[in-house]
Structures are given as C-alpha cells and as structure tokens.
Design a binder for this molecule. Sequence first.
Ligand code: SAH
Ligand code: SF4
Ligand code: F3S
Length: 451
Amino acid sequence: MTEPAKGLFIRTHGCQMNVYDSERMTDILRPLGYRAVDTPEAADLVILNTCHIREKATEKVFSELGVLKRLKDEAGGKMRIAVAGCVAQAEGEEIMRRQPAVDIVVGPQSYHRLPELIAQVSRQTGDRLATDFDVVDKFDALAIDREVDGPSAFLSIQEGCDKFCTFCVVPYTRGPEYARSAVEIIDEAKALVDRGVREIVLLGQNVNAWRGAAPDGGGEWELGALIARLSQLGGLERIRYTTSHPRDMTDDLIFAHRDVAKLAPYLHLPVQSGSDRILKAMNRGHDAKRYLTIIETARKHRPDLAVASDFIVGFPGETEADFEATLALVREVRFASAFAFKYSPRPGTPAASLPGAVPDAEKDERLQRLQAEIGRGQQAFNSATVGRVLRVIFGRPGRRPGQALGYSPYLQPVHVDDAASWIGRSADVEIRSATQSSLSGEIRAHAELRT
Ligand code: SAH
Ligand code: SF4
Ligand code: F3S
C-alpha cells in the first residue's frame, strides 16, 4: 500500500557529507510517502541539516528555527520540525530546550532512525532525540535505492575523525573514524553508474584514511586501490575524492593520480597554516616541509595536478611572522583554489582555552591578505588553461539563457553559451577565457561523436 504524499523540505548547511546525508534522508523517507517540495511552507516535515564547524554556522540554526516556528504556528502546528547534523549531535538537548517547536533531534549517525522517530512523534511516545554513534547501523540501514539527480553523485566512504586538531569539533560531532567496506562502496557506485552517473565524488572527513579488505580476499586496500577498481566501471568517466589529510597521504594514492586515467587531477589537501609553531599548536601532526614534500611528490607523478587547501587565520597565538609563513607557503605551492577561514573558538575544543586570542580586526586583515594571495594563484591557474581543450561534465544551466555550467577535471566551473542540450552529459570544451573564479569556452564540434 502506498502512503499519501507528504511534503519534505530539507535545508542543508556545512560540508559535502551533509549534502550526501540529506540525499540519503530523502531516500529513506520516500517509502513513507515523503516527496521533496520547494519551500518550507509546503512541507509536512522540515529538516535542518546543520553544521557546527564555526560559531556563525551554529547561530544560524537558532535563527532559522525561529522562522520555522512561526511557519509551524501558521500551519496550526501540523508541520514537523527536525534538526539533524552536527549541531544536533553537539547541542541536541540545548536545541530541545531553547526551541520547543522542534519535534525531533537526530545526529549524523542516526538517520536510519528517522522513520521510527517520526512515528514516535505522531504517537507522542518514546524518544525524540537520537544521537548515538552507531555508524555501522547507519550505513546498513541506508543500503537502499538512491535517486540520482544529474551526472555527478556523492558517495560517502568514510566517516568520522580521530585526528583531534585542537580547533575542530568534527571528532566530537561525527565520532571516530569508520570506513565502509569495499564491497558496499562498489555496489553503491555500480547502482549510481547504472542510473546514468558519470562522475562519483568519494567523501570522507578524512577520505584518504579509508582502508578496507579487498573484495577478492587479496589483503588490505588503500584508497588508491579502491579508486582503481571503481575506474573499471564502464560508463563512469571521472572519480574525485575529498577531503584528504596530509598525515594519511600515501604513495598508493599518489600513484593512482599517475596511473588511473579516470581519477581527476585534483587534490584537496588542507594545510591550515604555513607556520610550524601553529601547526604544532593545532595538533596537525606534520610540519610545513612535510606538506611541501607531499605536493612535490604528487606533482612529480602528475605534473598538471590542481592542488587546493583550507586555511585558518588568527589561530590563538598566531603572530605576524606565523601569518607570513602561511603567505609564503601559498606563494610556493601556487594553489588552484583554497578556502580561508577566520579562527572561530568552538566550545569544548582545546584551542578554545588557549591564550593569545587574535583580535577580530586583525583576523579580518589577515583574511583579506590571504584571500588576495590565494586569488592571484587561482587566476594564474585558470589563465593557464586558456587555449586548452578540457573535458567538462555539465550538471546544470548557467545564469544566462541557454548557457550550461559544468566542471573541468581541475574542478574549475566552466560556462558555455548555447549548450543547454549538453546538461547531464560531458563534452570537450575549448577554453577561451578565464577569470579568477571560472572559465568559459566553446564545445568542440567533434565532441558530439564521443558521447
Ligand atoms: N577534515 C578536513 C576538514 C574538515 S572542516 C581536514 O582535516 O582538513 C573544514 C575546514 O573548516 C577545515 O579544513 C578548517 O580550515 C575549517 N575549520 C575547522 N574548524 C574551524 C574553526 N574552529 N575555526 C575556523 N575554521 C575552522
Ligand atoms: Fe577536524 Fe582535524 Fe579531523 Fe579535519 S582532521 S576533521 S580539521 S579534527
Ligand atoms: Fe560542518 Fe559537520 Fe561537516 S560540523 S563541516 S557539517 S562534518
């Protein structure tokens, strides 16, 4: 018997793991009759999938909940509100206390319990808060049909983090490192490719910490071996993985960049700072030299590799000299892109109680200088692709009518005019111009023969 259709609205904040989880929550709620709707007003169930990484992200949750409460009141209380994600995990009880309009709080490892939690709310019995760390249960229960949307799909292969960088909440919100089995991952990838997916993005908080038993009993695999196996799937064009940690970077993965044609020449390897003193205080487990050696080795085997990173400015005790070491590292590596954040003290993390807080004005000033330096590298990287022909996978329309937007192997956004018919497919594009943030070009005529 099919259930009557109910509206589901999920708002997702934070990283790609949350995007993946939101898709899986949609999948798990489909058998209950929930269908995605475009606005919270039209929804019977609204899920806020939250991020705890910086203070701003967390504060957003409470202001959004205020708005949702008003909508719920207007709907005569019929709407259900659930809070999921990392704020749910870290501050579940506080959320329930501060906003009584919230019906359900569900942490990232407990999404498979959503149907049960919804039933309990209707019956007004049982738990409304689920924040256990049962990641095995999660993936077992989520092993159901996925709906795909476009040519590119996320596939979560690893969760959690044991690194305990002193600034970061992730080890507390996502729990210890857990790797899904190779067999499970290959099956999910096959199902995606059967549904027309051309690009798979392997996800993990520390994706290169993934290890697993080889499916044929041939010992243990590292990420490079998994990627090599996935590359054998016919119809799959491109594989990416994100985010990696320098401590888990092995030769096996670097060699995959040399040997596996379908592996995109793109490495997101956050370094956070260029100062050894700060890296130590952050508990990153490596110094700047080690980072530079990894990049050098990777580029030796894959010279066109696009390298991306994350940075934090204004970590407690960061001096002008420390910050300049970061700028120097940026100049040396020449990143294809990078994210820079102002340090945000997170309750319960060791760095939050360190002395030497950097004034906000100084953080702002460093952020601007760092972003300018990153921008120069990004412009140079993009400009160097002008005149080249790059394979682009087109996922959606661009801003101009008829325009298609896709991504190059180096994860550069590429706009092509009069190319709407290419959306959902890939084509060879001759790059004609570059800005700091994107490229534009034209489809090469012969590309049609190749798809
Ligand atoms: N696992 C990844 C990153 C996860 S969080 C890694 O180890 O690199 C994504 C990024 O958010 C981090 O790389 C870091 O740059 C930033 N970040 C994490 N905690 C932060 C904090 N307290 N303040 C500012 N930025 C932070
Ligand atoms: Fe956070 Fe560090 Fe773990 Fe990345 S490696 S998730 S920054 S604790
Ligand atoms: Fe945010 Fe949680 Fe991801 S804190 S960055 S949503 S792992």
